[in-house]
Design a protein around this ligand. Structure first.
Ligand SMILES: [Zn+2]
Length: 244
């Protein structure tokens, strides 16, 4: 079981950890990590593990061990030396990349606020993120961009809150995804809330987010594609909406 520090503090860019195991395929398992593991449409962190002698073990990606969300495996890049079990390390995430993912992921929450329809799929990436909505009407990207920028400019707080599974059962509307249900069995669910007292939004999510919507800066809806009769795929990009 790996302590998942990114769930408590998304801004923890470095962390002193200890190697507790190395998998048969060379995956590195630490006692605790700030590296986000691929899940919920957000890719795993890249970065490096710094050994006591100053050498670096580059990490190509981070994933959960098969069969659950308990153990996190840091996958070294091709040809990297694998550290010893028990070795102390400093874990450095590629902060620029992760911060862009945090901005993009938070933008996806804002889009789900201005477009309150069931979500059939989502994917966060550094340059371009997408959400697939179950909707038949077309939407105007300039209008959606304007509404998203209003939420960004208002600089609403973004924070997490834990609720029990029973509380979630009493509020089924919190879940916006049609196909993905929050993980069950641990007794508690992590809610990501936006606005004072979660006035703007709250929904179950295990990803990493910025702490104020103003941190997103200029963003826009890049493209709206029709994916079948009842699906619209919307793309989010950094920067202002290009004219014309
Ligand atoms: Zn999220």
């Amino acid at each position: 079981m790996t302590r998942q520090l990114f769930a408590e503090d998304a801004y923890l860019s470095t962390y002193e950890a200890k190697v507790v195991d190395v998998s048969a395929r060379g995956g590195i398992i630490l006692d605790a990590t700030n590296f986000y593991a691929t899940s919920g449409g957000q890719p795993g962190d890249t970065g490096f593990l710094e050994r006591a002698d100053g050498t670096k073990v580059q990490i190509a990606t981070t994933v959960y061990d098969e069969g659950g969300k308990e153990t996190i495996i840091h996958i070294p890049a091709e040809g990297e030396v694998v550290p010893e079990i028990g070795e102390p390390l400093v874990a450095h995430i590629d902060w620029d990349r992760r911060y862009r993912l945090m901005q993009m992921h938070t933008a996806c929450h804002l889009l789900s606020v201005i477009c309150p329809l069931p979500i059939t799929g989502a994917s966060v990436s550094e340059a371009d993120s997408r959400i697939d909505f179950d909707m038949t009407d077309t939407a105007d990207k300039a209008e959606l961009t304007e509404r998203m920028m209003e939420l960004i400019s208002a600089n609403h707080p973004v924070f997490t809150r834990w609720i029990t599974e029973a509380e979630l059962d009493a509020n089924p509307d919190l879940v916006k995804s049609k196909n993905v249900k929050p993980p069950r069995g641990v007794g508690k669910i992590r809610l990501v809330c936006i606005g004072e007292d979660a006035a703007i939004d709250s929904q179950p999510c295990g990803g990493t987010h910025v702490s104020e919507t103003g941190e997103l800066g200029a963003m826009h809806i890049g493209k709206i594609e029709k994916k079948g009769r009842e699906n619209r795929r919307m793309r989010i990009r950094f920067g202002k909406l290009p004219q014309g």
